[in-house]
Design a protein around this ligand. Structure first.
Ligand code: NIG
Ligand code: FE
Length: 414
């Protein structure tokens, strides 16, 4: 099974593109070149380069699916590296309450917020969870997404956490998409739990993680480090257990206040630290040393009408790669458009459109610890997006127009 794309404007997102003599590495962070071709064999990129290097017989080979891009832009398929897309119910009522002046923290402290989604999620079967998540997944796929990270964290008990992760895995059976899971048992304290946070982590959260890991349901371990959730100290035993199991960690940190999550995450060489609006220079330095990715979530910033922006200039100065994601969830970010997340990251946080594209491809792959996707290079997965645009900046520029022309998943039109 081979697919050949010809006459494309290509953004490889690959620093090594410079070795093709088609792009200069430092002036061309997107690895952009014109009149290119890409040949996929099975689910991998076989070769990529300028049309001049394309063996002519391939164009007429009837066994090859040939797509003439006619100058359209070819990029790696997009990656949504932070979502809570599997969940029960919705929180439109809290949206109304916030518009009437209640804050996210007040609603959470009054028993709403994450804990209210927990009740709705606990009432759902695996099949219900899959069915309710699919329209949200489809919205992302229509925008050229090939990988979705999905968190648990609305169960806060062993069985529901497991059902959420089983549902997440099933999304990849129902749709042509790759799912990466994160166990987020430390998302909030369940309302019906009477013990202390330490007790919850030791007696509910860690046993649930062990059970989920046993079933092969966990790709990474996540937590919510915040005054309305868990302190860095309370999360430390969970991360120690993750390390013992050989699982990578990531963390919701410094979203509403500076709580020390970035330093804890850096200590455990986290793949990513997410939100990070309140991160300071010490945090950014620690993330740089740890090789962690900063995942920016402009949908939550926008929805909560946050005013503290993530320290984008510090991330640039200390070369912390920035990714961005929808954070698709029923409370703080009911967003299922990765293109709008890209637009928001530019308008609200000051990312360049090139940084926004790197943030949903190369850096998003790194945030998930994936080394076979997010850039176009021979040997990488042939998960591709072909766009009806003239230049890459258009992907982040329009709001609400979807310029996807074609998505290829594992080398095939999907
Ligand atoms: O990423 N910050 C914590 N978790 C989610 C919010 C989930 C919710 O409000 O239901 C987030 O924003
Ligand atoms: Fe989140």
């Amino acid at each position: 099974m081979q697919t050949l794309i010809t006459n494309a404007e290509i953004a490889t997102l690959d620093a090594h593109t410079s070795s093709m003599k088609t792009a200069a590495r430092y002036s061309n962070p997107l690895g952009l070149f014109s009149n290119g071709y890409l040949l996929a064999r099975n689910d991998q990129i076989k070769s990529i380069g300028p049309m001049a290097d394309l063996p002519p017989h391939l164009v007429d080979d009837p066994s090859i699916d040939h797509i003439d891009a006619q100058g359209r832009l070819l990029t790696p398929a997009l990656i949504d590296c932070h979502t809570h897309i599997v969940h029960g119910g919705n929180r439109a009522r809290e949206f109304e309450m916030r518009l009437n002046g209640a804050s996210y923290t007040e609603i959470a402290n009054a028993g709403g917020g994450i804990v209210s989604t927990v009740s709705a999620t606990r009432a759902m079967s695996v099949a219900d969870l899959v069915r309710s998540a699919l329209p949200r997944v489809d919205a992302l796929l229509k925008e050229g997404v090939s990988v979705i990270e999905v968190k648990s964290g609305y169960g806060l008990d062993r069985d529901t956490e497991l059902r959420m992760l089983q549902a997440a895995r099933l999304l990849a059976v129902e749709r042509p998409v790759r799912i990466v899971t994160s166990f987020l048992g430390a998302h909030a304290m369940p309302a019906d739990f009477r013990g202390s946070p330490e007790d919850y982590i030791a007696n509910i959260c860690i046993p649930a993680l062990l059970a989920a890991h046993e079933e092969g349901l966990v790709d990474a371990v996540d937590g919510f480090c915040e005054s309305i959730a868990f302190s860095a100290e309370q999360l430390a035993p969970l991360f120690a257990k993750a390390q013992e199991l050989g699982l990578p960690v990531k963390l919701h940190a410094e979203q509403l206040s500076r709580c020390g999550g970035s330093l804890l995450a850096a200590k455990h060489e986290a793949c990513s630290v997410d939100h990070v609006e309140y991160a300071n220079e010490e945090d950014v330095l620690a993330l740089a040393k740890a090789g962690s990715v900063a995942v920016l979530l402009p949908g939550a910033f926008y929805t909560l009408r946050e005013t503290q922006k993530p320290p984008v200039d510090l991330f640039r100065t200390y070369k912390v790669p920035m990714a961005l994601a929808t954070d698709a969830n029923p409370g703080s970010s009911p967003l299922t458009s990765i293109l709008i997340a890209m637009n928001m990251s530019c308008t609200l946080f000051g990312l360049t459109p090139a940084e926004a594209l790197a943030g949903t491809t190369r850096n998003a792959a790194k945030a998930l610890g994936l080394d076979d996707t997010g850039i176009l290079r021979s040997g990488m997965r042939a998960d591709l997006a072909l766009w009806d645009v003239e230049q890459p900046a258009e992907l982040a520029y329009r709001i609400g127009l979807n310029p996807l022309y074609l998505r290829l998943f594992a080398g095939q039109r999907k």
